[in-house]
Design a protein around this ligand. Structure first.
Ligand SMILES: NC(=O)c1ccc[n+]([C@@H]2O[C@H](COP(=O)([O-])OP(=O)(O)OC[C@H]3O[C@@H](n4cnc5c(N)ncnc54)[C@H](O)[C@@H]3O)[C@@H](O)[C@H]2O)c1
Ligand SMILES: [Zn+2]
Length: 368
């Protein structure tokens, strides 16, 4: 088992990564100052697969457990689910020393974290992420929250977990499409922070795609290290943390313009990374050769890199301007200087962005 630490002073916490470690979680909680009441939050799919192992491990270590099973899907990442959790917790008289455990993907993790942040002004919670995206991204860093009818992730809090427990064996039941969407965020870490890691993703592609446990553990560990490093330096996104949004300005616009139905988040981000790399190239940053290398890597992992021609690029542009990352009208982007290093750049001329978006549209001839 590997352990990484997210350094945040007295709120620091470990990330444990290993194969078939879910059954060991109970005895690892004994050293914390939790009371013996634990509420596990999950959805039917994940709970049917892993609930028993988790509950048995907890009860074997003397914890009294309760289960809160929420309906599956992003559409239930809302305040009604939060209320439902509060109701269960209050009825079962969970107190300030009780702990919540999120067993599931990013949806369950974000909901559970926000419930923990607000129940009795904040109680402890643990992330047990079961999707690749949650293991390398959403479970680490303390962004929690739910959607509002007027905007995604608009209600939330920064609230760090006490522990992140990653059992890579859970990835065997994940759909191929969800697995590959998680790979997009992993590729992102290579581009923004670590060229050697990008190389590794190129070299070991076949074995990663066949879920080789050593390679999986490697790429999850390195991704968590990079996220932990960035978050420790800038927990509340005053500056540096924004680099984690590489590919997300255009990616989010694609998700919004397609009403979240055409692409999984990671797929939209893959397209966004390609389009933003094209923009960086047009601004004289990353070389054309490296843009092609990024595109090639995304494609060999089965990820999309082109904006579908059905999407109205003018609408895409409007959505981008409304995006919360567009500060006072000027467009800000995270742009690669080369693979392994990005910069945050504001005041990008609209025409340049429009051109980059057009170039990234499917069927366009100039792909840099
Ligand atoms: N907090 C953050 O920093 C952060 C970062 C990125 C994304 N997010 C959020 O994460 C969410 C997306 O998370 P996601 O991609 O994990 O999606 P998800 O939680 O919806 O999970 C995807 C699907 O996989 C199923 N599933 C989960 N684990 C499984 C397993 N081991 N085997 C079989 N099926 C399994 C789920 O039931 C679901 O149907 C979004 O709401 C997004 O806003 C948050
Ligand atoms: Zn993302």
């Amino acid at each position: 088992m590997d352990k990484i630490r997210v350094e945040l002073g007295e709120r620091s916490y470990p990330i444990a990564i290993g194969s078939c470690i879910l059954r060991d979680i109970g005895k690892n909680l004994e050293r914390f100052d939790f009371s013996n009441k634990v509420a596990v939050v999950s959805n039917p799919t994940v709970f049917n697969l892993y609930g028993n192992t988790l509950i048995t491990s907890l009860t074997d270590s003397g914890f009294e457990t309760m289960e809160i099973i929420l309906p599956e899907g992003e559409e239930f990442k809302n305040l009604s689910s939060i209320e439902r959790i509060y109701e269960h917790l209050l009825k079962a008289r969970l107190d300030r020393k009780s702990v919540l455990i999120a067993l599931g993907g990013g949806v369950i993790g974000d909901i559970t974290g926000f419930a923990a942040a607000t129940y009795m002004r904040g109680i402890d919670f643990i992330q047990v992420p079961t999707t690749l995206l949650a293991q390398v991204d959403s479970s680490v860093g303390g962004k929690t929250g739910v959607n509002h009818p007027l905007g995604k992730n608009m209600i939330g809090a920064f609230w760090q977990p006490r522990l992140v427990w990653i059992d890579i064996n859970t990835l065997h039941t994940l759909s191929r499409r969800d697995f590959l969407a998680g790979i997009a965020e992993i590729i992102k870490y290579g581009i923004i922070w670590d060229e050697d890691f990008f190389d590794f993703l190129e070299r070991r592609r076949e074995s990663i795609l066949s879920l080789n446990p050593d390679d999986l553990a490697n790429i999850i560990r390195r991704s968590c290290e990079i996220k932990a490093d960035v978050v420790s330096r800038d927990e509340r996104e005053g500056g540096l943390r924004a680099i984690l949004n590489f590919g997300h300005t255009i990616g989010h616009a694609i998700e919004t313009a397609t009403a979240y139905t055409a692409f999984l988040h990671g797929e939209a981000i893959a397209i966004g990374m390609q389009a933003e790399a094209i923009l960086a190239n047009a601004l004289g940053l990353i070389s054309s050769k490296e843009v092609a290398r990024i595109r090639h890597l995304l494609r060999t992992y089965g990820l999309p890199t082109e904006i579908p021609s059905e999407i109205d690029t003018a609408r895409l542009f409007e959505v981008m301007k409304l995006d919360k990352k567009a500060v006072s009208g000027s467009l800000k982007f995270i742009l690669p200087e080369h693979i392994g290093k990005v910069r945050i750049q504001g005041d990008i001329p609209e025409g340049m962005v429009r051109n980059a978006v057009r170039t990234a549209v499917s069927g366009s001839t100039d792909k840099s």
